[in-house]
Design a protein around this ligand. Structure first.
Ligand code: XMP
Length: 325
């Protein structure tokens, strides 16, 4: 019968049988799925696993540190088995590819392709890797089968490392392929991942790249990171984080006038987005208390000189999507 322990034992036995003594590489993103695969493989094959964490310059505030901490020596996982993590700072490369791009799909493609380039380069530099591990879960399997048969309506291209295993002649290790999200979370908890990571809101592969409208610039990302961190911190503080399915800030590169003290301010705008949804296919905006939204808005404007105004997005999906791009 289904217990997280049984699933873990089975998966470990299967992975060991599949890869033997071979070396395995995993793209660790900090999301739930790849983190659970990392924790599972750490237990199954220990130092045969190398995780590659690509910093694309589009991560949330402190995200890189959090990932390193979750798997570091002091963590439950690091204690049991030291995990090899190779962190790659590819910020410059991503921003160079994004320069001048304004169309959301062009941006997604640039970010996806750059990720593949960087990841492939790093994986090739590792000695004798034979396998690529991925955090594919059951709903991903269904979705990609549907799109192969042409009946999925593709509104936004979601990037993964498609094509990479064949090109690099790597076998695929996908220990979560038969599991639903809630099962993956249960396993993550049993394996010792922190709750904050296991129950984290989803974050798109292109990261802040699709939350800065139009051209992505490093200084915009820096401002957005700070605004987003204030919003998330306040949600946690007010015990609202787990009540919403996803929440984030969006950077609007339009200018608006404000007044701070005696001075006129003419700066950019932040939109706050929070949604409630079961399946992310449809969603409605979260009815956060007005006092709460006002507090977050005031903090953002007072603490971030580059922002003059904050708005709250009340659009439903459909017709709007959850992300702004
Ligand atoms: P939308 O904006 O399509 O988002 O309503 C639905 C869910 O998908 C996430 N999302 C993405 N995830 N790559 C991803 O990995 C993407 O390009 C992407 N675009 C949207 C979004 O955050 C939401 O959870």
């Amino acid at each position: 019968d289904w217990t997280a322990e049984n699933i873990i034992e089975d998966a470990i036995a299967q992975v060991r049988q599949q890869v033997g003594d071979d070396e395995v590489v995993l793209g660790l993103s900090g999301g739930v799925d790849s983190s659970v695969v990392a924790a599972l493989l750490a237990r199954a094959i220990g130092d045969q696993l190398t995780c590659v964490f690509v910093d694309n310059g589009l991560l949330r505030l402190d995200e890189r540190d959090e990932v390193e901490k979750a798997f570091g020596k002091e963590s439950g996982i690091g204690n049991a088995l030291p995990l090899k993590i190779k962190t790659v700072d590819a910020t410059q490369e991503f921003y160079a590819k994004l320069a001048g791009l304004e169309d959301p799909e062009d941006k997604r493609k640039a970010i996806g392709n750059t990720f593949i380039d960087v990841f492939e380069r790093e994986a090739k530099a590792l000695p004798a890797v034979k396998w690529l591990a991925q955090g594919t879960i059951y709903p991903d399997v269904i979705e990609s089968a549907a799109s192969k048969h042409g009946n999925a309506h593709v509104i936004k291209s979601h990037h993964n490392v498609g094509g990479l295993p064949e090109r690099m002649a790597l076998g695929l290790v996908e220990p979560l392929r038969e599991l639903f999200k809630d099962e993956v979370r249960q396993i993550g908890l049993v394996l010792g991942l922190p709750k904050s990571l296991v129950f984290r809101h989803p974050f798109p592969g292109p990261g802040l790249g699709v939350r800065i409208l139009g051209e992505v610039k490093p200084q915009y990302a820096d401002v957005l990171r700070r605004a987003d961190a204030i919003f998330i911190e306040e949600l946690r503080e007010a015990s609202l984080y787990d009540a919403v399915s996803q929440a984030f800030a969006v950077y609007l590169p339009v200018k608006s006038v404000g007044v701070v003290g005696d001075a006129r301010r003419y700066e950019h705008v932040i939109a706050l987005r929070a949604v409630e949804t079961i399946d992310f296919m449809t969603a409605r905006s979260a009815r956060l208390p007005y006092d709460f939204i006002e507090r977050v808005a005031n903090r953002i404007i007072n603490e971030i000189a580059e922002i003059s105004r904050v708005v709250y997005d009340v659009s439903s999906k459909p017709p709007a999507t959850i992300e702004w791009e």
